[in-house]
Structures are given as C-alpha cells and as structure tokens.
Design a protein around this ligand. Structure first.
Ligand code: HEC
Length: 130
C-alpha cells in the first residue's frame, strides 16, 4: 500500500511540475509576443497602412512573411531602409507598376490609388522588418 501511495504521489509531483513549467513557458512567450505586438499595432502608420493594404488588391499577390506572386512584405522591409525617399520611390513603383527588382513577374500598376495612400501602405510594409 505504501508503495502505491509513493508511486501516486510521485506521479502527482511530476504532473504538477510539468504543468507548472509549461504554463510559465506559455506566459513568457505570450508576454514577448504581446510586447512586440503592441508596439507595432499601437503605431498609427501600421494601423492606417494595414487598413489601406487590406482594402486594396495587394494581398492577392503579397503575404507578410512568405513569397507569393510578389515578394513577402518582410523581405521588402529588409531590403529597403524606412526613409522618406524610399517610401516615395516605392509608392511610385506601386502606382506605375514595377518589375525586375525581385524577379521576372511584374507588379500591375495601380493608377487609381492616391500617392499619399500608397505612401501610407509603404510605411506599414517597411515596419514589418524582423
Ligand atoms: C498582380 C500582383 C500584385 C499586386 C496586386 C500587387 N503587387 Fe506588389 N509586387 C508584385 C510583384 C510581382 C512584385 C515584384 C516586382 C519586381 O520584381 O520589381 C511586387 C513588388 C512590390 C513592392 C517592392 C517594389 C520594389 O521595387 O522592390 C512593394 C512595396 C509592393 N509590391 C507593394 C504592393 C502594394 C502596396 C500593393 C497594393 C496596392 C501591391 N504591391 C499589389 C505583385 C503585385
């Protein structure tokens, strides 16, 4: 009987400890994600740009982290520094259409979009750096 009790209590301790450390791990991971997540989503450039990108056709060809028909937005952010000049230059490429910078597939022109809206989209994209 003593032996059974011993095995049972050992099992309880193992389960308790195991569960405890997983919870702690989850909390730590959650805290990191929440911190970075908040920093980005609190940024008005991020919020406005994301809304404009989501409201246009961008996401049919672009994903945030994977290459689709067009390059991943994270790769675009890694390639270009977030400067005023780059924002204007990339916005002009989205409006006029671009090709040859990432491969053979061209990006369709977007003449219907306003320069200022596209600049806002680019500001969001350039925030997506890792
Ligand atoms: C029909 C598919 C398609 C659509 C729709 C599209 N793109 Fe692209 N995009 C591409 C391709 C393909 C490239 C790579 C062009 C190249 O190689 O220069 C690209 C490149 C880019 C680049 C990088 C340009 C460079 O010169 O490095 C940005 C920024 C970009 N797209 C933003 C946008 C935004 C913002 C929208 C929505 C308004 C959008 N794209 C819609 C296909 C698309």
């Amino acid at each position: 009987m003593k032996k059974v009790l011993f095995i049972l209590s050992t099992a309880v301790i193992v389960i308790a400890c195991g569960g405890g450390s997983t919870e702690a791990g989850k909390e730590a991971a959650g805290a990191t994600a929440a911190t970075t997540g908040n920093a980005l989503s609190d940024n008005p450039d991020y919020q406005k740009g994301l809304a404009l990108v989501a409201g246009s056709d961008c996401l049919t060809c672009h994903k945030v982290s994977e290459k689709n028909i067009g390059p991943a937005y994270k790769d675009v952010a890694a390639k270009y520094e977030n400067t005023e000049a780059n924002v204007k230059m990339l916005a002009a490429r989205v409006i006029k259409g671009g090709s040859g910078n990432w491969g053979a597939i061209p990006m369709t022109p977007h003449p219907q979009l306003k320069q200022e809206d596209v600049e806002q989209m680019i500001k969001y994209i350039l925030l997506l750096k890792n």
